[in-house]
Design a protein. Structure first.
Ligand code: ATP
Length: 521
């Protein structure tokens, strides 16, 4: 990713969460069971995270909504008919020849620069250089916030000028000029080395013998498993070009500097769809998927100014995209990238690169034969919407995070109800007697329809505060009046307003109010 060009953000009204909100967000995620550092009792492990009881619900909700949007109820195409997309779940470890063909063994290496002073290593394309004057240049992570930059400038005794200094990607600075640069964590100039290649794939060995013949790789993207099954899917289903194959699953990259919580980790999840079409139609489908994918993120709550779309610069294009229509990113303004944006999903025109490569390397025919004219054979082009599931979870949390000094929790999560881990909480006012009995009955009924919580103990204020912090849209409270007239209070997360409704209408009430339950939708 290089420095984003200014572009109109999408309409909406949520201000970006402030950069220092990130500390609170990470603390809330831990406190309430969204995300924990992996192996925490052993001091953690850099770049790996565990999803807790609420984090896994949130992640599953995003995963299921993506699958529904892509596979179960895919959108209607430009011709008015629903498009065809099927799903697969391929192995994480494939024949290593697949990664040679895809270009990952030879090319999935990003140039790295080392810092001689701090011994830190950075991806060259992740650093931005700020030119304070002719000979004082400072390198920053592209995700560094304006405050981070100002702090560093102050430390180096340079005038703090917010965003006024010229910024250029390190990839555009000739190595002969590195002597002017102070590295991101360094105190002195000229400590960055010239870039060297570093392969991001994790490797291992299949079987008991650890030699090169048994070397295997953990997949760095889910896409290749789809290309490897292109022929199987064509032969076993009734799909015809144009069609898509979708997959959600783990991917592994030995990122040099995992950072910013779950934004850039070494083990993460992707949601990718390869759309196979005739090369002549690639532009039509690229525009189509671009608009559909943007609508998807908006439909689940990323509706604010924090979401935008950006075309890649020519120098950012991947090997497969150079000949094609290029790549565009859907980006989110994370608290740590603000005022800039970070990639959430890339939509690439991969041309016929992958299938051609696998055909050449495997010696298997991967052409598509036109069913109406068997003299017409061709390798389809591919449009690929590739999104991060775990990065999407982070965007949803950052978007939902809403400080509110008027409530005891001081903050609430304004999740769109479709992604909220718990859609409602049933809270008996008293922990003994009739209240919990009625509450349990209601819970047993509603849980058949929605993922809900039953929380019996603690004072009611604290229980509301907990539900606010985990983003539950509704709380239903059972009190003495419930026993008398079979009504419950319903408290809305965003407005804290309370209504009184009949016990029997709770499910219907949730159904009706689900989509108006968030202030941002
Ligand atoms: P970046 O420029 O941020 O490294 P990329 O362009 O290499 O990302 P892709 O290969 O296009 O990413 O992967 C598709 C999606 O997978 C990205 O848009 C992002 O949401 C997610 N993703 C990629 N790398 C990581 C990572 N290390 N941790 C979490 N999510 C990731």
């Amino acid at each position: 990713m290089s420095q984003p060009k200014p572009q109109e953000p999408m309409t909406g009204n949520a201000p970006p969460a402030p950069a220092d909100a990130m500390k609170d967000i990470v603390a809330l995620c831990k406190r309430r069971g969204f995300v924990f550092p992996a192996s925490e009792i052993y001091g953690g492990i850099n770049g790996f995270w565990d999803f807790g009881p609420l984090g896994v619900e949130l992640k599953n909700n995003l995963r299921d909504l993506w699958w529904k949007h892509m596979v179960t109820t895919p959108p209607v195409g430009p011709d008015g008919a629903p498009v065809q997309i099927v799903g697969i779940d391929s192995a994480i470890i494939q024949n290593p020849k697949a990664w040679v063909a895809s270009g990952h063994v030879g090319g999935f290496s990003d140039p790295m620069v080392d810092c001689r002073e701090t011994k830190f290593r950075y991806r060259q394309d992740h650093l931005i250089v700020l030119k304070a004057d002719a000979h004082n240049w400072i390198a920053f992570h592209q995700e560094a916030s304006t405050d981070d930059i100002d702090r560093k400038l102050k430390k180096l005794g340079l005038p703090v000028r917010k965003t006024e200094y010229e910024r250029v990607p390190l990839t555009q600075v000739p190595v002969s000029e590195y002597s002017n640069i102070t590295g991101p964590d360094a105190k002195t100039k000229g400590t960055l080395t010239e870039p060297k290649q570093f392969n991001l794939m994790f490797d291992s060995h299949a079987g008991p013998i650890k030699d090169d013949a048994n070397k295997v790789y953990l997949r760095p993207e889910t896409a290749q498993g789809i290309f490897l099954n292109f022929k199987n899917v064509l032969d076993s289903t009734r799909v015809r070009v144009p069609f898509g194959i979708a997959q959600i699953g783990k991917a592994f990259r030995n990122e040099v500097t995992p950072r910013n919580f779950i934004f850039r980790s070494r083990e993460f999840e992707q949601m990718e769809m390869e759309w196979f079409c005739h090369g002549d139609d690639a532009k039509k489908w690229r525009d189509f998927w671009f608009s559909e994918r943007t609508k998807f993120w908006q439909s689940i709550g990323l509706k604010s100014d924090n979401l935008r779309v950006r075309d890649h610069d020519k120098d950012e294009l991947s090997h497969y995209a150079k000949e094609g229509l290029g790549t565009a990113d859907i980006e989110y303004r994370f608290p740590f990238t603000a005022p800039d944006f970070g990639e959430l999903e890339g939509i690439a025109h991969r041309c016929d690169f992958d299938l051609t490569q696998h055909q050449e390397h495997s010696k298997q025919k991967l052409e598509y034969m036109d069913p109406d004219d068997n003299t017409k054979r061709y390798i389809p082009h591919v449009i690929e919407p590739a999104a991060g599931l775990t990065r999407g979870v982070l965007a949803l949390i950052c978007e939902a995070y809403t400080p509110d000094p008027n409530r005891p929790s001081g903050v609430f999560l304004d999740f769109h109800p479709s992604v909220a881990p718990k859609k409602a909480a049933i809270l008996p006012l008293m922990s003994k007697g009739e209240h919990p009995e009625i509450a349990t009955k209601l819970y047993m009924k509603v849980r058949e329809h929605y993922n809900i919580d039953l929380d019996v103990k603690q004072n009611i204020g604290k229980r509301y505060a907990r539900q606010d912090e985990i983003g539950t849209p509704f709380c239903f409270t059972i009190d003495d009046q419930t026993s008398a007239d079979h009504t419950v209070t319903v408290r809305h997360r965003n407005t804290m307003k309370q209504d009184r409704i009949h016990l029997d209408s709770v499910i219907e009430y949730m159904r009706t109010n689900m989509n108006t339950a968030t202030g941002r939708s």
